[in-house]
Design a protein around this ligand. Structure first.
Ligand code: GLY
Length: 382
């Protein structure tokens, strides 16, 4: 269907890290792009710590995701270099490795298993004893048993990243509509635009759904057009230090439960995260806060001296298999970029490049093929 005169080529629902990165990349390929979001970068992207850890976060049964994650991590350096140039803003990107430590003997056994699993997939991490961990991070508790160093993992500051993406979008001529998307306009079995909460509409030849945990919250879509995306709550604490405290991102396993601490150059330390299946609840709870600070203190006793800055809760978008859903959906004209679950920030560069290629050229890069919506019985038609 031809795009009405003056209408964008692409309209994107959602200006979180995924939607704004797709918008920027699509615009640099010459597409006219409009993004719809009442409050850009205010959802999960605002809460996320920004770990870039495909190796450290490797989970049994998620091997295809590991390859996508590594591919995305490995294009981060060039992605942020281009973005910082395009926006004039820094992103806080670091690629100085991630240390994962074990609190007790059982936790160390878990890390040993993880290292064997990583090795079976051809990924080498360095096994360290407790003393070697403390040489890297002197503030670690004497009781820390040992750990693994993933030398190529890293981090980025998602708040800076989204600010840079939105600035780069502006510079590239992307139009931002600060309204809630109420629904998708479907005519003749084809998505042709987005209906806004205020009654207005934005028509475009291609509609991209990048609404994170709210991806099923749109009227007008036929049943089954979008796989189910569920909200998975994560509570995150932000602290600040004025003295050197933590050199690199440190993950820990404390009596079987996971914790991570992500330091920034300005002294901020982000401690995360709970993982709770609670629906659309973003209440910060005493229990969530206590769990994070308790486990952080087991690993880094000095943490209680740091300044408290903020606690927040966000909603990760979880697809039925916890992997992202990328590409054309069952409805002509509708494209999906959702369900990134724990990996939205990590998968931003690859998602943006893959979706820009699909939107501009109509071809699906090989790396994205396992993540097509069709794996849930949603057949591609666009
Ligand atoms: N990727 C970290 C988290 O989702 O908590």
């Amino acid at each position: 269907m031809p795009t009405p005169h003056g209408a964008p080529d692409v309209v994107i629902i959602g200006a979180g890290v995924i939607g704004s990165a797709i918008a920027w990349r699509a615009a640099t390929r010459g597409l006219r792009v409009t993004v719809i979001d009442p409050d850009p970068a205010s959802g999960a992207s605002h809460v996320a710590a920004g770990m870039l850890t495909p190796v450290s976060e490797l989970t049994y049964g998620e091997e295809p995701l590991l390859h996508l994650g590594i591919a995305s991590r490995d294009r981060y350096a060039s992605f942020v270099a281009e973005l910082e140039d395009a926006s004039g803003l820094e992103t806080g990107y670091r690629s100085d490795g991630i240390l994962e430590v074990a609190f007790d003997t059982d936790d160390l056994a878990f890390l040993d298993d993880l290292r064997r699993f990583q090795e079976s997939l051809g990924i080498t991490t360095e096994a360290l004893n407790g003393r070697e961990c403390r040489r890297l991070e002197p503030m670690l508790a004497p009781s820390v048993r040992g750990g693994l160093l993933a030398p190529r993992d890293g981090s980025v500051d998602p708040r800076r990243l989204t600010a840079a993406l939105l600035a780069a979008c502006r510079n590239e001529g992307v139009r931002l509509v600060r309204e809630r998307a109420a629904g998708v306009i479907v005519e003749h079995d084809t998505a042709v635009g987005v209906r806004l909460d205020d009654g207005g509409e934005v028509r475009a030849a291609k509609v991209v759904l990048a609404a994170g945990a709210w991806s099923n919250d749109l009227a007008g879509l036929p049943e089954g057009a979008v796989p189910e995306v569920r909200p998975v709550k994560g509570q995150v604490v932000r602290l600040r230090t004025r003295v050197p405290f933590l050199r690199r991102t440190t993950r820990g396993v404390v009596r079987g439960s996971s914790i991570y601490l992500v330091p920034r150059a300005d002294g901020e330390i982000v401690v995360g995260a709970t993982q709770e299946e609670m629906g659309f609840d973003t209440t910060v709870t005493a229990g969530g806060l206590w769990q994070l600070l308790r486990d952080a203190r087991e690993l880094l006793p000095g943490i209680t001296e740091l300044e408290f800055v903020e606690v927040s809760a966000g909603l990760r978008p979880g697809s039925p298999d916890n992997a992202p859903v990328l590409g054309a959906g069952a409805l002509d004209g509708l494209f999906l970029a959702s369900g990134h679950f724990r990996n939205g920030v990590l998968l931003t560069p690859i998602t943006a490049d893959v979706m820009a290629e699909i939107l501009a050229d109509g071809t699906v890069p090989e790396v994205a093929a396992p993540f097509a919506p069709g794996r849930f019985g949603v057949e591609a038609r666009a």
